[in-house]
Design a protein around this ligand. Structure first.
Ligand SMILES: [Zn+2]
Ligand SMILES: [Zn+2]
Ligand SMILES: [Zn+2]
Ligand SMILES: [Zn+2]
Length: 228
C-alpha cells in the first residue's frame, strides 16, 4: 500500500487539528488546556498529584495514536483497560507492559505510573502473544496539580480514522473483506454500496473498518471507542 500522509487528530481543548508530533509540541502550550488545568487546580477536594502526559502509538507504523493525561497514582492496569477498550479487545487475550519490548522484563500491572515512568521513558505494551498488537507509550511531560477528570485517564487527542478507498469505485471504504485480503492477497477495501454486493463470505464475511491498529487481526471488529 502506498505510504499515506501522516494521520492528524484534534486537540480536545481548542479544536486545532495537527499531526501526532504537532500535538506533542502543541499540548504543553495550548491556552485552552492551560485554562482547563487552572480551573481544575482551583477546585477544592482532590489532592495535588503528579499527572503524566503520555503519547501512545501503535508500534507498526504509528498511524494510530493517542495523547492522554494519566494520574500518577493510577496503575498500569488502568492503562491496560483503556487500551483494550479503545483499540485492542477482541477475545480477552493476555497482555503485558515492559521496557524494551519482547525481550524486556514484565512490569506488574499493579504498579502505579509514578513508580514506573520518568519523562522520556518508553514502555511497550503487548496484547495477545499469538497475533500480537504492540503499543508504545512514551512519557512526554508531567505536571503537578489536580486531574481534569475523575477517571484515571483523560483523552487529549486521537488520530482521525485513516481514510481508505474502495477498490471498486474509489469512494471512502467502510468495510474490508478478509477473504480478499487473506485468500487472494488483495486490499479488499469496500464502500457501503460495494460491500452489499460483494460475493465473499469465507473468513467470517466482511468486517467494518475501525479506527484501531488491531483492525484485521483476530477478527477484531471494534467498537474502538474510548471507555470514558
Ligand atoms: Zn489545543
Ligand atoms: Zn482475539
Ligand atoms: Zn465502492
Ligand atoms: Zn472479497
Amino acid at each position: 500500500m502506498a505510504r499515506r500522509k501522516q494521520t492528524r487528530g484534534t486537540c480536545v481543548f481548542c479544536g486545532k487539528e495537527m499531526t501526532r508530533g504537532g500535538l506533542a509540541r502543541h499540548l504543553p502550550s495550548c491556552q485552552a488546556r492551560r485554562d482547563a488545568v487552572e480551573q481544575a487546580n482551583q477546585k477544592g477536594g482532590k489532592e495535588q498529584t503528579t499527572i503524566y502526559h503520555l503519547q501512545v502509538r501503535d508500534a507498526w507504523d504509528g498511524d494510530y495514536w493517542l495523547h492522554v493525561e494519566m494520574n500518577g497514582t493510577a496503575a498500569l492496569e488502568d492503562l491496560d483497560r483503556y487500551l483494550r477498550a479503545i483499540w485492542l479487545e477482541c477475545c480477552g487475550h493476555l497482555s503485558q507492559f515492559s521496557f524494551g519490548g519482547w525481550s524486556g522484563n514484565e512490569i506488574p500491572m499493579g504498579r502505579r505510573i509514578e513508580q514506573v515512568l520518568r519523562v522520556g521513558d518508553e514502555l511497550t505494551h503487548i496484547y495477545d502473544f499469538g497475533t500480537s498488537s504492540e503499543t508504545l507509550i512514551r512519557a512526554v511531560g508531567v505536571r503537578s496539580g489536580k486531574p481534569l477528570t475523575g477517571h484515571p485517564i483523560k483523552l487529549m487527542a486521537r488520530n482521525n480514522a485513516p481514510e481508505f478507498t474502495c477498490v471498486e469505485c474509489g469512494q471512502r471504504a467502510t468495510w474490508w473483506c478478509p477473504e480478499c485480503v487473506y485468500g487472494l492477497g488483495e486490499s479488499g477495501l469496500l464502500c457501503d454500496e460495494h460491500a452489499k454486493e460483494h460475493p465473499h463470505d469465507d473468513y467470517g464475511g466482511i468486517m467494518p473498518v475501525v479506527n484501531s491498529p488491531r483492525m484485521g487481526m483476530c477478527g477484531y471488529v471494534g467498537p474502538a471507542d474510548p471507555p470514558y
